[in-house]
Design a protein around this ligand. Structure first.
Ligand code: NAP
Length: 252
């Protein structure tokens, strides 16, 4: 039996699963049959809306509030996941807070906000969830980075550092757990229209500028990230430590 056939036995936790790319990932994993945990930080209504949509699909879903930057909140989230869902088999580290600004104006507070939500958040979640995966002898970790990690973007030193840090983190962790049937991969989305990127799409001039950087000439559809994540979760059993771009050719 292929691993995709076993999706209904798997529990997936998506950090920042209530909106944007994370929401699409949650729905994609639920469509494959997984039980899903929708983590969010500040907007319970958005998380609840996704949970209800998944329940209408006939799948199990649960939302859990936790700021991934805070270890105690992540610990409590994982304890609740174990109690209510029996553990976490698939972890998608997707949550991120974006703060930008040229270096001379970037505050230490903004730097910390970005680094803590992305890097410390991913560390915190892996720190508490990898032991559960080791116990079961199966796990899938997918970390959502960004083209900024590879190519940079003016005003994005903090974001670029955090997202590039995810790559080094993922490769080291992939090597630590490879023999235990746990894969760790990085997905690099290009341009997707979400609340995070709304400031880049607020004038026609800005839209055209961004589209010129994309060989395929359009932003991605959110499901296009979700499809790749579902593939890595349920099919890609021999793929680990990989960095896969889903960006319409932006990264060429
Ligand atoms: P978004 O629309 O801003 O949504 C962010 C989500 O993350 C929300 O569900 C939010 O929850 C949650 N979140 C933020 N900080 C959190 C924290 N500290 N703890 C827990 N949850 C937190 O973002 P997006 O555009 O979908 O981006 C999703 C991921 O893809 C991010 O890692 C982003 O860097 C990456 N990415 C996006 C693009 C793009 O074009 N959009 C491109 C490359 C990479 P609340 O609403 O409850 O606060």
């Amino acid at each position: 039996m292929g691993e995709s056939m076993e999706a209904s036995k798997k529990v997936a936790l998506v950090t920042g699963g209530s909106r944007g790319i994370g929401r699409a990932i949650v729905i994609g994993l639920a469509q494959e049959g997984a039980k899903v945990i929708v983590n969010y930080r500040s907007k319970p209504e958005a998380a609840q809306e996704v949970v209800e949509e998944i329940r209408r699909m006939g799948q199990e879903a649960l939302s859990i509030q936790a700021d991934v930057a805070h270890e105690d909140e992540v610990k409590a989230m994982v304890e609740e996941a174990v109690e209510k869902m029996g553990g976490v088999d698939i972890l998608i580290n997707n949550a991120a807070l974006h703060r930008g600004g040229r270096i001379q104006k970037l505050s230490t507070e903004d730097w910390d906000t970005v680094i803590h939500s992305v890097l410390k958040g991913t560390f915190n979640c892996c720190r508490y969830i990898v032991p559960l995966m080791l116990e079961k002898g199966w796990g899938r970790i997918i970390n959502i980075s960004s083209t900024v990690a590879l190519h940079g973007y003016p005003g994005d030193t903090a974001y670029g550092a955090a997202k590039a840090g995810l790559i080094g983190f993922s490769k080291s962790l992939a090597k630590e757990v490879a023999k235990k049937n746990i894969t760790v991969n990085v997905v690099i989305p290009g341009f997707f229209r979400t609340d995070m990127t709304a400031p880049l799409f607020d004038t026609e001039e800005k839209i055209q500028k961004e589209l010129m950087r994309i060989p395929m000439g359009r932003p991605g559809r959110l499901e296009e990230v979700a499809e790749l994540v579902s593939f890595l979760a349920f099919k890609g059993s021999y793929i680990t430590g990989a960095i896969i771009q889903v960006d319409g050719g932006m990264g060429m």
